[in-house]
Design a protein around this ligand. Structure first.
Ligand SMILES: Nc1ncnc2c1ncn2[C@@H]1O[C@H](COP(=O)(O)OP(=O)(O)OP(=O)(O)O)[C@@H](O)[C@H]1O
Ligand SMILES: [Mg+2]
Length: 227
C-alpha cells in the first residue's frame, strides 16, 4: 500500500474566545504523498499556522486525526512523538529561529546532535547540506553575520539535514525582498523534489504558491482548491 507522508482525517480545531467558540479548522481531510508539493494561502487569522502546528504534532486537535505514514500520531507517548517528529518533519519558519550563539554549521547540526549522532558525523552532514544550499563559505558565520536570505537558507538546510519525510514551511520567504524570496522558494522546491520530500508551504505570495503542484486556500475552516 502506498501510504501518504501526511494525512488529516476530519481534523478540527476550535478556540474559545470569551463566550464564543471559533472554528478554525472544520473536519479537514487532506493527503500529501512523498514528493508532492502543496501551498496554502489565506487571510491573516484563517488558521494556516494552526494547521501546520497540528500537522507537526505541536498542537492537539479537538477532534479528528493526523497520520504520519499511516500512523495516528496522538496514539504515541510524548517521548515517541518527539523522536518520530525528529525523523519525520522538518520545519521552516518565517523568522528562521536560528540559535544566535551557534554558527551556521552548528545550527544545521543541532537536530543531529539531538539524535545523538557523533559530532564528527553530524558536522559532515551539516557541511554537505550547507554546500547544497550554496553556503559552504558561510558555514562558520553566526546568524548576525548572515544576510536575511542566507539565514533562511540555513533554516532550510537545518530542516533538510535530518532527511525528513515532510517539510512544513510557514511563510519561509515572508521576511525577504521579492528577489531573495524567489531564490529561497525555488531552492526549497528544488530540494524537496530532488529528495522526494512532501512539502506543505504557507505563503502570501501567489506567484510562489502557484509553483507548487497543489494550491489551496484556507477559508472558514475549509481548504478550497485555489486554481
Ligand atoms: N492558542 C490560541 N488560543 C486562542 N486563539 C488562537 C490560538 N492560536 C490561534 N488562535 C486564533 O486562531 C486563528 C488562526 O490563527 P493562525 O495563527 O493559525 O492564523 P494564520 O492564518 O497563520 O494568520 P497569519 O497569516 O496572520 O499568520 C486566529 O484568529 C487566532 O487568534
Ligand atoms: Mg501564520
Amino acid at each position: 500500500m502506498n501510504k501518504s507522508a501526511l494525512e488529516t482525517v476530519k481534523l478540527s480545531r476550535q478556540f474559545q474566545s470569551g463566550e464564543e467558540v471559533l472554528t478554525i479548522l472544520d473536519e479537514v481531510d487532506l493527503k500529501i504523498t512523498s514528493g508532492q508539493t502543496m501551498s496554502i494561502v489565506g487571510a491573516s487569522g484563517s488558521g494556516k499556522s494552526t494547521f501546520l502546528h497540528l500537522l507537526a504534532g505541536l498542537d492537539k486537535p479537538n477532534s479528528g486525526k493526523i497520520l504520519w505514514q499511516g500512523e495516528d500520531i496522538w496514539q504515541w507517548s510524548s517521548q515517541t512523538m518527539g523522536v518520530r517528529r525528529n525523523q519525520t518533519i522538518g520545519f521552516v519558519y518565517q523568522f528562521h529561529h536560528l540559535m544566535t550563539d551557534l554558527s551556521a554549521l552548528e545550527n544545521v547540526a543541532l537536530p543531529l546532535w539531538i539524535r545523538r549522532l557523533p559530532v564528527k558525523e553530524a558536522h559532515e552532514k551539516a557541511t554537505e547540506i550547507l554546500a547544497e544550499v550554496g553556503l559552504s563559505q558561510r558555514r562558520f558565520h553566526y546568524p548576525s553575520q548572515l544576510s536575511g536570505g542566507e539565514r533562511q537558507r540555513v533554516a532550510l538546510a537545518r530542516a533538510l539535514v535530518t532527511e525528513p519525510k515532510c517539510i512544513l514551511a510557514d511563510e519561509p520567504t515572508g521576511n525577504l525582498d521579492s528577489e531573495n524570496a524567489k531564490i529561497v522558494f525555488h531552492l526549497l522546491l528544488q530540494k524537496v523534489l530532488e529528495k522526494n520530500i512532501a512539502l506543505v508551504v504557507v505563503t502570501h505570495d501567489l506567484s510562489l504558491a502557484y509553483r507548487c503542484e497543489h494550491q489551496y486556500r484556507l477559508m472558514k475552516g475549509k481548504f478550497e482548491l485555489e486554481r
